[in-house]
Design a protein around this ligand. Structure first.
Ligand code: MN
Ligand code: MN
Length: 388
């Protein structure tokens, strides 16, 4: 396959250039087309060194690797970063990516169904009633059947169906599906989501006006179809994730959470390590210190900052899919949504084999069946699927 050959290619070129102790630029080797990529850093200041497109998001860089040959050097920091990215790229395997994508979507639905039982309870109420809560049993304030999902999964499916039906990205199709869903009297719907969908129904509004109060987790919880459909292109990811978000939530903190989560999912699906993912979260915390989750404050409300702190805390602390998810939902509060988000991230990271069978068995078969079909279609129609 092209990708494997390509990584192999880098290895050869790197060895060659070091053997020859090449001075100055590598452009004479003819493997880099400067016209195709004017922003490539010139290697002039780095003898023996690398040509690297700087300041691009890791996922975009992975994508660019397919297009631009990159020379590596062991002697500078950036080369180290790049080496890791190449290692990550090396793991690129269509079967594995599909498995992780399925696990992300099914993990999301499981987190939703599991957490919904204890939504709006406090951590200590959960501990008193259940000890450690860890089975899908339905109930909760919505009086759900065991395995029934809520707005989190349903809105994600609305986005997935819109992409598949329009055979491409269409915010109108997404908003239409949200409207149809809202009219079907769903089991629940967040206030900000409802407000945004109503504005679409009344005025055809596809972008809510910016609002400092709309920093709920409603845009982040449903991003997964946008993530899968953009694989592995960081620019498309940004466009899709934010356009679906802004139908109901137009807020810089929500945007930052959505983008970071989307990038983490791209990376996890491509096989990135927890170390790598944790450094990406560090970048978010540098730009938005409010997301700092060390020490963990234990808040898991629908405010996207609390939600993401809880997800980050339990995702990085857990040693299995189950541990991540159980830790998350036992914080209570907006447990179905923290569960859904942690479920997609942990699913993407651990893959299908790590999802407990007892949880999959409890899920509504119809929902799992639709998820399977949607994931196949989203991946097949993504840049990754189409370039194969
Ligand atoms: Mn919900
Ligand atoms: Mn919720």
């Amino acid at each position: 396959m092209g990708v494997v050959a390509f990584v192999h290619d880098i290895g050869i070129r790197r060895a060659k250039s070091h053997d020859k102790r090449t001075e100055g630029t590598e452009s004479g080797s003819g493997i880099n087309s400067n016209s195709a990529s004017p922003s490539l850093a010139t290697p002039a200041k780095r003898p023996n060194c690398l040509i690297i497109k700087q300041h691009v998001e890791p996922v975009a860089l992975v994508h660019n690797l397919q297009r631009y040959y990159v020379l590596l050097c062991h002697q500078c920091l950036q080369a180290e970063i790049l080496c890791e990215r190449v290692a990550m790229f090396n793991l690129y395997n269509p079967e594995e990516i599909r498995d992780r994508a399925r696990a992300a979507f099914i993990g999301m639905a499981i987190g939703d169904a599991l957490g919904a039982t204890v939504e709006f309870m406090t951590a200590s109420e959960i501990a008193t009633k259940y000890g450690t809560f860890k089975d899908i049993i339905g109930g909760g304030w919505l009086r759900l059947k065991p395995g029934q999902v809520t707005d989190d999964t349903e809105m994600a499916l609305c986005i997935a169906r819109a992409i598949v039906k329009s055979q491409g990205w269409s915010p109108v199709a997404v908003a239409e599906n949200f409207a149809t869903w809202l009219k079907s009297r769903p089991v629940d719907c967040g206030d900000t989501c409802r407000k945004g969908i109503r504005a679409y129904m009344l005025k055809g509004q596809l972008e809510s006006p910016p609002n400092e109060w709309d920093a709920g987790n409603g845009a982040a919880m449903r991003i997964l179809p946008a993530v899968l459909f953009s694989l592995p292109d960081g620019e498309l990811l940004k466009k899709y994730v934010l356009e679906q978000a802004h139908i109901t939530h137009n807020n810089p903190v929500s945007d930052a959470a959505c983008l970071c989560l989307g990038q983490l999912l791209h990376m996890a699906i491509c096989g990135a390590s927890k170390n790598r993912l944790s450094r990406h979260v560090d970048d978010l915390v540098t730009r938005f210190p409010t997301f700092n989750f060390v020490p963990y404050r234990g808040l898991a409300t629908g405010y996207v900052v609390d939600t993401m702190q809880t997800v980050f805390h339990w995702f990085f602390r857990g040693r299995s899919f189950e541990e991540c998810l159980v830790g998350t939902v036992n914080q209570g509060a907006d447990a179905d949504t923290t569960g859904a988000i942690c479920g997609m991230l942990a699913g993407a990271y651990y893959g299908m084999a790590e999802i407990p069978k007892r949880w999959i068995k409890k899920m509504e078969p119809k929902v799992i069946a639709e998820i399977e079909v949607m994931v196949e279609r989203l991946i097949a129609e993504s840049p990754l699927g189409r370039n194969r």
